[in-house]
Unconditional design. Structure first.
Length: 102
């Protein structure tokens, strides 16, 4: 488990002060070192409103698949809801190995 993991779990817990039973279980799993499936969406951009729940559902399904295969995982979904500066969203990066290339 990376050294920053407890801090990450603490921050996620603060952002979910009254979690649903499923979110509470995910936070507990994360506190025990579960892996993650992470995705997110900029609100209303590239795909519209239906793309957001599709991505969230896919992350949940992949986390459940990994957990069923024997390694606990939790899905983390974020919304980029305050990004309204074109200069911030203009560049694109594509993963290449362990780094991002422009």
């Amino acid at each position: 488990m990376p050294a920053h993991w407890p801090e990450l779990v603490r921050l996620l817990s603060e952002q979910n002060p009254t979690p649903s039973p499923a979110a509470a279980a995910a936070l507990h799993a994360l506190s025990q070192g579960a892996g993650t499936v992470v995705t997110g969406q900029q609100v209303g951009l590239f795909g519209g409103p239906l793309f957001t729940p599709f991505k969230a559902a896919t992350a949940l399904a992949r986390a459940r698949q990994a957990t069923s295969a024997g390694q606990a995982h939790a899905a983390i979904f974020w919304l980029a809801s305050e990004d309204h500066d074109f200069a911030e969203i203009n560049p694109s990066s594509f993963p290449r190995g362990a780094s991002c290339a422009r």
